[in-house]
Design a protein around this ligand. Structure first.
Ligand code: ZN
Length: 88
């Protein structure tokens, strides 16, 4: 998937979001991770972005959903399923 067998910094930066989302194929992932062994700059970037992502996910989990929101959303979805005719 890369132009040469060697992953460049440009390749790495471009693929980093997909790598963090685990959306890259296994072989491409191996190539990208191998680049980190040879490139301190990309290693720092990878660590930094991964840390942001981890703390972001932790924060999202920490936000409680207000009471009743789930039921209301499900009710609206049920209405949408039936279509809006007669819903007035
Ligand atoms: Zn690099």
């Amino acid at each position: 998937m890369f132009e040469s067998d060697r992953v460049t910094c440009e390749d790495f930066v471009r693929e980093l979001p997909a790598l963090l989302d685990r959306e890259v194929a296994a072989d491409a992932r191996d190539q990208l991770l191998a680049h980190l062994d040879t490139c301190a700059r990309c290693l720092r970037k990878h660590r930094f972005e991964a840390a942001i992502l981890t703390s972001l996910k932790a924060r999202l989990r920490a936000v409680p959903m207000p009471d009743g929101v789930e039921e209301r959303v499900l009710a609206v979805l049920a209405l949408t399923d039936r279509g809006w005719s007669g819903a007035t």
